[in-house]
Design a protein around this ligand. Structure first.
Ligand code: FAD
Length: 568
């Protein structure tokens, strides 16, 4: 029994020295090696990953009845929104990281293993790991397994290369602190190499051509940072390079920052135009070699551009360990682990997944939306008035802000445009007073197929971590008191309220001390004032006072002395 994975909840038979059977009790009991009972055994939570989701789970878990085993290849949490600043030395790498051992609550027993999980076995309730440092007697990385009662998967995602030839080998990614440090060194290297004698002008130009692939927030912010670094600091030190440097941003879609309001997209494109950042829209990269990158336009024309450095920032893909796990549990055809709205992996009892590696099952989302419509159609006529529809959409937007963001990104400023689209597409000239529910649902389902219901952001991951920690904190209380106040009735008898994402807004720093901010309530602000808002929000969001002080002093250092361009 001691080795049984579900030891935490077994019927235990206690004995005394005479060996007679004296009592039955259902408990979590631990034993010493000679089989003597040593007390109540804590439930073991294995947490994979120390990113936004894992760190916020750890920070907020406060119930001391758990023993938390954290496993991750890095022993720190990294504040990713400041990674683009690390690439250019605006902020130092050590200022954006916090040791994970500092992050748990004092009353919760926590230990850390620096290792990568390569297999999850839900049947045996074990994870198999490979250490980052230690090697065994054969010189191979040490491998071991760890049992769990609950598994929390927060392994994030990896950069997505779309299997385009040459990307893996020749491009820089911007996902980890080490990536940012490598980019910083490569930028400075490029300036030093281009300053060597006996080089042709063409070759110098190639070395100083920086290409960014992907016009999402990370790619745009990096291009803006790099532009500032070059114009504010590097050209002073390398005056001959001034007319040779070029920054190009390649984006496959028709615009950059498509997840933002149209006004922000337009401002960013115009600003880059003024700054001399060459934004090539509708350019899909097809091949990369060590000196050239080839991109195809929408018309099918392929052009080849010589480059010195490429930063690849086109979104995220699934990690191998998650792919393997998804295959085992019949989710092999998905992009991310499907969970229910309580973040429990579908079909697995004690396994939870959060952050970039997980997604709430969209089928459930559409069922939820269908139910909202059903409730609104009180007289069962199959139609809604415009007012009723407005209320339905407000309800949907509150639950799924991503739908609202998506509509806005497509230039539809709310319901009216969606209705117009629904009516036009169905050739319906129906009076706008009565709206057919089926037509509306069909218009919405087109939106559904486009939207990933929760964006892959730190904001979502952190909120999920906090939510799950709260659920874990109350789990025991709910088990003891199943009909208690936190148990909700009605549809679905669940112990906890489902996870609801609260969108707090998003920023797009555009360089030159200007930032675009899109805040809830359709509030858009672009310019220097939003840059100060950005500084305040990111200073306040730091996970410790130590990193807060370091980051703010880095910003001050940069204001006074500029960025450091030494290659160390
Ligand atoms: P991660 O933060 O990626 O953490 C994953 C963790 O799992 C890491 O500790 C990793 O080491 C560990 N891990 C990986 N493989 C294994 C394994 N096999 N076994 C065990 N552990 C493993 N979001 C915002 O909301 N706002 C922003 O401004 C913003 N800016 C960004 C800027 C950049 C440059 C980047 C790269 C991302 C940015 N994001 C931003 C997105 C945000 O960082 C991610 O959405 C967020 O990190 C996801 O959190 P996560 O915990 O799921 O994964």
């Amino acid at each position: 029994l001691r080795d049984h994975p579900s030891l935490s909840r077994i019927l235990v038979v206690s004995t005394i020295s005479g060996g007679g059977l004296i009592a039955y009790s259902e408990a979590n009991v631990s034993y010493s090696s000679n089989g003597v009972e040593t007390g109540t055994r804590k439930k073991k939570v294995v947490l994979l990953g120390t990113g936004w989701a894992g760190a916020s789970f750890l920070k907020d878990l406060s119930n001391s009845s758990y023993e938390v085993q954290v496993i991750s290849p890095r022993n720190y949490f990294a504040f990713t929104p400041l990674l683009p600043s690390v690439t250019c030395g605006t902020v130092e790498a050590r200022s954006v990281v916090e040791p994970i051992r500092n992050m748990g609550r004092k009353n919760v027993e926590m230990s850390f293993l620096e290792a990568e999980c390569f297999k999850i076995d839900p049947g045996k309730k074990k994870v198999y790991c490979r250490s980052k440092q230690g090697v065994d007697s054969k010189g191979k990385k040490q491998e071991f397994d760890v049992d769990y009662d609950y598994l929390v998967i927060a392994t994030g995602a990896q950069s997505n290369t779309f299997n385009i030839p040459g990307v893996e080998e020749n491009c820089h990614f911007l996902k980890e602190v080490e990536d940012a440090q490598r980019i910083r060194r490569t930028v400075i290297d490029s300036f030093e190499k281009a300053s060597l004698p006996d080089l042709k002008e063409e070759e110098r130009k190639r070395m100083l051509h920086f290409v960014v692939v992907g016009g999402g927030p990370t790619g745009v912010e990096f291009a803006a940072e790099l532009h500032d670094f070059v114009t504010e600091d590097l050209v002073k030190l390398y005056p001959k390079a001034k007319n040779l440097v070029q920054i190009t941003l390649l984006e496959a879609a028709d615009h950059i920052l498509t997840m933002f309001d149209k006004r922000i997209t337009e401002f960013a494109e115009e600003k880059f135009g003024r700054d001399g950042v060459d934004v090539k829209l509708g350019s899909m990269v097809v091949k990369v070699n060590d000196k050239e990158i080839s991109a195809k336009t929408k018309g099918g024309e392929v052009s080849t551009i010589p480059y010195g450095m490429i930063v690849w920032s086109t979104g995220v893909g699934t990690r191998p360990v998650i792919k393997d796990f998804m295959k085992q549990i019949g989710q092999g055809n998905r992009r991310a682990l499907a969970t229910n709205e309580w973040l429990r992996v579908e079909g697995c009892d004690n396994i939870y997944a959060l952050g970039d590696c997980a997604t709430i099952n969209q089928r459930k989302v559409m069922e939820d939306i269908a139910n909202i419509f059903k409730k609104a159609d009180k007289d069962k006529s199959g139609t809604l008035t415009v007012k009723q529809f407005q209320e339905v959409m407000d309800d949907i937007f509150v639950r799924y802000p991503q739908i609202e963001l998506y509509l806005k990104s497509k230039g539809m400023r709310g319901i009216a445009d969606l209705l117009k689209q629904a009516n036009t597409e169905n050739g319906s000239s129906k009076a706008k007073e009565e709206l057919n529910i089926e037509e509306l649902k069909s218009a919405l389902s087109q939106v559904d197929s486009q939207v990933k219901f929760l964006p892959a952001t730190g904001q979502v991951a952190a909120q999920q971590g906090t939510y799950l920690a709260k659920c874990f904190d109350r789990m025991e209380e709910c088990e003891k008191n199943p009909e208690g106040p936190i148990r909700i009735r009605g549809e679905g008898r669940h112990r906890f309220r489902p996870f609801r994402y609260r969108h707090l807004g998003q920023f797009a720093p555009l360089g030159g001390e200007q930032t675009a901010a899109q805040l809830p309530g359709d509030w858009v602000s672009i310019g220097h004032s939003s840059q100060w808002l950005w500084y305040s929000v990111y200073a306040s969001k730091q996970v410790s006072w130590r990193t807060r002080v370091l980051v703010v002093s880095d910003w001050m250092r940069r204001f006074i002395f500029g960025r450091d361009s030494s290659r160390i």
